[in-house]
Write a protein that binds this ligand. Structure first.
Ligand code: ADP
Ligand code: MG
Length: 439
């Protein structure tokens, strides 16, 4: 959990602060409304208490819905923390020089839930992974944020690596590619850079749309692409749009993207969401019932799978923290801000109730044929709301009010409509009643 909190902290603090001050801390205990955090010594304790405690509390509250005090104790278990945050340039150099694949082992085909929204890109990815190189070259997968493009890409890499450990596989995002190139230009190591990129058997190039408008890296990528393609090496690309719709990207590059196979990935259906939640909870080794999975799939905002999984992680943290099993009730509490507030379904009964209680008349009276003004006026208002707000057919309204003729109903509604033109008070009465209905 602390790892995750650290990640979330990066939004609020600089990486320096996170590395220097927060990383050495450790969650010792979370119980009730007290989180106990261990610091390596008094110096850390005082510093963090002074500067970062309030923001940490905020993170727990906003991200986990956990409202609690944080107490910092000095620990014996944390070893002294001497490691310096790694120098950025050293890091950049390492990425250029080492020949690792950048693959994330978690993103496999086994962990990928297939449904109608992603059947096609999945099949295409699998075909590439099973060695149908050049048949689908390049493979171009596009679709919205958080729908599994990166996952599929890594899955291809992982599967090929398993079968052909000697092949040179590289996963890289277009931003990382650009950064490496800039570094290579500065440090005059472009030859190493080019050598690296033209010596790959499988290039997994993520989020290519970010090359748009970057002339120098687009050009460099263009040459990389051509040389790999000419050597019949496999290229897989992803983007948030289809090739033709990526703005500000050179035509010659765009057209190459459509040479092989273009596959789009769609937002998941509710059933797919359920399957993904169940799969992920299995991987996370937590118990989520079908019922809860359905609840989450149907009620969480948006179609983004990343957010869906984020919600599950939050829910799990919340459950651990409060020491309560994962139930729908707990999910409602933990994920309050992420849950769609469905429109309340308004029934005719609810309208009549609201009208009656506003005018202080009885239901039998309003539904009767009583023509006295104190009764017939609320009745007309109720008819009007039923018609205007619920779009109830005139005949249904007539039936509710003791089987009147529907032209009588129409007449009543017209009367209210006319009066509303000039009567501000009536307008506000009706608005108040409508508000009450939704309460
Ligand atoms: P994208 O690259 O399209 O923005 P990602 O591949 O990063 O999306 O996916 C976001 C998260 O959702 C990842 O954690 C990924 O493992 C998960 N995910 C996406 N699609 C699926 C799926 N079909 N089955 C299981 N997990 C998925
Ligand atoms: Mg991605």
């Amino acid at each position: 959990l602390w790892e995750e909190v650290l990640k979330l902290s990066e939004v609020k603090f600089s990486p320096q602060i996170v590395n220097t001050w927060l990383k050495p801390l450790k969650i010792l205990d979370m119980r009730g409304d007290l989180i106990t955090i261990e610091a390596p010594n008094r110096f850390y304790k005082n510093w963090v208490e002074d500067k970062y405690l309030e923001t940490l509390k905020k993170i727990f509250l906003e991200e986990y819905n956990i409202q609690s005090e944080i107490q910092i104790v000095i620990g014996s278990s944390t070893q002294s923390y001497r490691e310096q945050p790694q120098d950025q340039t050293v890091k950049a150099q390492n990425t250029i020089l080492n020949n690792s694949t950048n693959l994330n082992k978690q993103y496999t085909f086994d962990n990928f839930v297939v449904g109608s929204s992603n059947q096609f890109p999945h099949a295409a990815a699998l075909a590439v992974a099973e060695g149908y190189f050049q048949t689908y070259n390049p493979l171009f997968i596009y679709g919205g944020v958080g729908l599994g493009k990166t996952h599929l890409m890594h899955a291809i890499g992982n599967k090929i690596l398993e079968k052909f450990p000697k092949l040179k596989i590289l996963y890289i995002s277009s931003e990382a590619f650009t950064n490496e190139m800039i570094y290579a230009l500065k440090s005059k190591t472009m030859d190493i850079f080019r050598e690296k990129y033209r010596n790959i058997d499988l290039l997994l190039f993520d989020d290519v749309q970010f090359l748009a408008g970057k002339t120098r890296s687009t050009e460099e990528f263009f040459y990389t692409f051509n040389s790999l393609y000419d050597m019949q090496k496999q290229i897989v690309l992803t983007s948030d749009k289809e090739p033709n719709e990526i703005p500000d990207l050179e035509e010659r590059l765009r057209s190459r993207f459509s040479w092989g196979l273009v596959a789009d990935i769609q937002p998941p259906s509710v059933d797919e969401k359920v399957a993904i939640i169940l799969k992920r909870s299995e991987i996370m080794n937590i118990y989520v019932s079908n019922e809860v999975a359905h609840f989450l799939a149907e009620n969480l905002k948006g179609d983004n799978i990343r957010d869906l999984i984020g919600a599950l992680i939050r829910l799990n943290a919340f459950s651990t923290f409060h020491n309560e099993p994962i139930t729908i009730e707990l999910a409602k509490k933990a994920l309050e801000k992420f849950i769609i507030k469905k429109d309340i379904i308004v029934t005719p009964e609810a309208v009549i109730n609201a009208v009656c209680s506003y005018f202080n008349v009885k239901q039998q009276e309003i539904k009767s044929k009583n023509r006295s003004r104190v009764i017939s006026y609320p009745r007309q208002v109720a008819m009007y709301i039923l018609r205007e707000k619920l779009n109830l057919p005139l005949q249904d309204i007539a039936n509710i009010f003791g089987g009147r003729n529907h032209s009588t109903v129409l007449h009543s509604i017209k009367e209210i409509q006319n009066r509303m033109q000039s009567d501000q008070e009536l307008k506000s009465v009706i608005n108040t009643i409508i508000r009450n209905i939704y309460k």
